[in-house]
Design a protein around this ligand. Sequence first.
Ligand SMILES: Cc1cc2nc3c(=O)[nH]c(=O)nc-3n(C[C@H](O)[C@H](O)[C@H](O)COP(=O)(O)O)c2cc1C
Ligand code: SF4
Length: 491
Amino acid sequence: MFKLAKSMNENQSVFSPIKVGNTIYKNRIILAPQKPRNCAISRTFIHEEMEFWRKFAQGGAACLTIGATPVNPLPDGKGRDGNIPVHDDSCLVPLSRFADMTHMYGCKASIELCAYDKPGSSKEQLVEIVPDAVTVDEIRAYVKNFADAAERCVIAGMDAIVIHGAHGHFPAAFFSKAMNKRTDEFGADTLENRARVADMILDAIRERVGRKIVVEWRLSINDMYPGSPTFDEIVWFVRHIQDRVDIVHVSRGLHRLPSHERFLFTPIYTPRGINLKDAAALKEQVSVLVCAVGGITIELAEEYISTGKLDFVAMARELYADPDLPRKAKAGRKDEIRPCVRCNACINNTHVHRMPAYCAVNVNNNREVLFDTFPKPAHSRHVAVVGGGPAGMEAARTAAMRGHKVTLFEKSDALGGMLKYASVPWFKKDIKDYLDWAVRMTQRDPNITVKLNSEANAELLKAEGFDTVIVANGGTPIMPGFLQGKANVAW
Ligand SMILES: Cc1cc2nc3c(=O)[nH]c(=O)nc-3n(C[C@H](O)[C@H](O)[C@H](O)COP(=O)(O)O)c2cc1C
Ligand code: SF4
């Protein structure tokens, strides 16, 4: 039986290079498609955007994928805010800068291409473009948009494109009998007709750019919706397109259904690696390289890559939480990887609040330039941190990282504060992993002295001559008045 290696190093399968199309990926970890909304992705690819992406390239991922980018312009010919305008040549500067940067780190540059519906489309619709609502001429126009965008990607020096055929996007909607009610040659009566849009996109791209670029196809292995394509139909589909694509990338669900967040961005309450088994089952039946996404840790990645069940893993949030994940694992420093707690604060920020994708455990994510340009301290100070919960530990590590000498006072006999209690239920294992990481990294920092069972007070802090005191003693739980004194309320 396969035994999972306890420690990792450069010899793990996940770090082995692999030929993809006409190029070589240096390892098996792809930064999954995402758009951080750190600012409107601009025509010039400004410094802030560059630094957001650079840390992933520096961190050792094999390929970085810019998220869903519409190939079709708005009806007035303009692009959509926050997207690289792949529908016209003004995308060439940002794309080439992105590609140049990734190549400096031996990393591949990729972008996910999709077609968006016209503005004002119904909020109720479950798919991006409703098959019945488009004419054949409109389908042909979208297909041409894909080929035009692919050609621009080649000119700009991009290594790969991902066709968004997952989550109810354009080709996926046509392949789904639940969404496609047409009766013409694009209709749902035969598999060939359902796959016709995908065929047209791939044929147009390959005709235009040949094999000059890696083509990855993202699909939902299951739409998790009544009437979705079955597993066997997905196998048929992948066999049907596999000569024209280099990687098939397995995700799940429909992105317009809010309840599907739990499939697209699996939260803490759900098992990790939601798509691994299905992707491995798919790989057994097809000849193309297969990648899976969805809550995949480095251990799961190694398990599936080393046993040949998968060729790639894609990670988004794991790399938000720690962009150095590949580099640390490769160097045998797996225990330093800051785990993602799958709280989905990042998604909530981008998709609900239209804010940058800030991360709950990695304050640096999307603030790279802010912090990098913040002046270094002129002198090392003696800093006291009062309270050893998550905030106190973070403050202590940050101060130590900036060159200060830190003493951390914790009045109980263990670090962790409220996280000690929050991480008890079995379904909060991600929190436990984060807590263990935070305690480990705090305790091993040579610039931090941890004093447990030590209650700090003003006299003590004055007597020890600290330059700065950070109070991080947390909050006190309150019981709302209307619950107080009730016999059946536990607090
Ligand atoms: C902030 C954010 C934005 C995302 N945007 C996209 C996107 O534009 N296109 C897409 O196909 N997936 C997008 N995703 C989904 C990821 O590609 C990935 O499938 C998902 O996060 C699950 O992988 P993970 O558990 O490694 O995060 C996004 C994810 C995040 C966190
Ligand atoms: S915000 Fe939460 S879910 Fe998103 S990357 Fe950070 S820890 Fe993970």
